[in-house]
Design a binder for this molecule. Structure first.
Ligand code: B12
Length: 316
């Protein structure tokens, strides 16, 4: 093997190991522009938008989402990381339910901080490599890039599933201006299983891999800015007031996943003690509870709407 390639292999391994030592469960690298699979995923995004499956999330229409180069000039590789948010202490009571991804510290902040530390390491070790961090809010087809970097496969519930950690991972990305050794994309391991499709009470998975946001409980509890829910959502809430984990809870790959024991993944105290009383919120309570939480996206009036809708659906 030529010396240049040997060095590239070595530094690529060190970069991924360094990411793991920052506290990520998994890491992988993809080369830009990626394989033809990326083209398929970009076409899937276009079909999704054409069907209006993004509902009121009009920001999903930006052209930039189709072009990773627009995020950093000279982009050559992307480092992909997964943060395991599964905690042993998740609240599993039946009255009010909150998506597990949002019960601990705000994953955007957790991932950003870890990647920033990694950036400092890159500045020392590979000073001519520029980098840019993307966590969720950047116009990047995140799951498609995570799949390309070998982190897992896109499951029929449309989430990225890893062999060891299932889909209990939030994703982070670092776009880099150097060529690193790419990982091989992993095979799809959903097989014939369609539990996620069958168990979704609102039939939000219209066909394998495709979510119609208008039918998705997670969409309505987090993103919907209307003052009421459509009937097909309200009557199927079954306790969900923030996000929804049904299509993940039923996935066989999510059954025996190692838990993350760090403080970052531990559910906030108010979530563990959730009851109707603790949910009569005013602006002050909201600020206090949702400090450093991704649940801040749900404004106080939306919490009250979601809680009322759950209570109404229980009475029905
Ligand atoms: C918009 C959005 C939503 C919307 C729409 C969901 C959706 N599936 O698109 C709503 C509000 C509903 C939502 C809900 C949730 N979200 Co969200 N969301 C996003 C966001 C911002 C964009 C996703 C996107 O591009 N959608 C557009 C459509 C076209 O993409 P898609 O459904 O992913 O479609 C892909 C597949 O269907 C695939 N595909 C299509 N055809 C085929 C065919 C085959 C054979 C295969 C293999 C694949 C395939 O290609 C498509 C394009 O990549 C990403 C962050 C980001 N910047 O990417 C987070 C993100 C996807 N969300 C995340 C999470 C955690 C959730 C929830 C689990 C939260 C919760 N518990 O409530 C739920 C899951 C609901 C679900 N089953 O999708 C994580 C997922 C992590 C993971 N392991 O996959 C992300 C990556 C955020 C992050 N940085 O961690 N989300």
């Amino acid at each position: 093997m030529k010396k240049g390639l040997q060095n590239q292999k070595k530094i690529s391994s060190r970069l991924k190991e360094r990411a793991i030592s920052e506290g990520f469960a998994v890491s992988g690298i993809a080369s830009i522009p990626g394989s033809s699979r990326l083209k398929l995923r970009t076409n899937a995004l276009e079909r999704w938008l054409a069907n209006n499956y993004h509902s009121e999330m009009k920001w999903m229409e930006t052209e930039k989402r189709k072009n990773i180069d627009s995020l950093l000039k000279g982009a050559k590789s992307v480092l992909t990381v997964g943060f395991n948010y599964l905690s042993i202490n998740h609240k599993e009571k039946k009255d009010f339910k909150i998506g597990k991804f949002a019960q601990g510290e705000d994953y955007h902040k957790v991932i950003y901080k870890k990647l920033k530390n990694l950036g400092k390491w890159i500045n020392n070790e590979i000073p001519d490599c520029k980098w840019k961090i993307c966590v969720d809010t950047s116009p990047l087809l995140e799951k498609a890039w995570a799949e390309e970097a070998g982190l897992g496969w896109i499951g029929k519930n449309s989430n990225l599933i890893n062999r060891c950690y299932g889909s209990w991972l939030t994703l982070g990305f670092m776009i880099l201006t150097k060529d690193f050794e790419p990982n091989k994309p992993s095979d799809s391991l959903c097989g014939k299983c369609e539990k996620c499709i069958e168990k979704c009470p609102t039939k939000a998975i219209t066909e394998p891999f495709v979510i119609d946001s208008d039918k998705c409980i997670a969409y309505h509890t987090i993103e919907n800015r209307n003052h009421t829910f459509p009937e097909h959502i309200e009557k199927n809430l079954n306790g969900w007031i923030a996000g929804c984990d049904i299509c993940q809870d039923v996935c066989p790959w999510n059954e025996s996943v190692p838990v993350n024991q760090s403080k970052e993944a531990a559910p906030k105290a108010w979530i563990k003690n959730l009851d109707i009383k603790s949910l009569e919120w005013e602006e002050k309570t909201w600020k206090e509870y949702l400090k450093k939480s991704t649940l801040k996206r749900i404004k106080p009036w939306m919490w009250n709407r979601n809680i009322k809708a759950v209570q109404k659906s229980i009475k029905k």
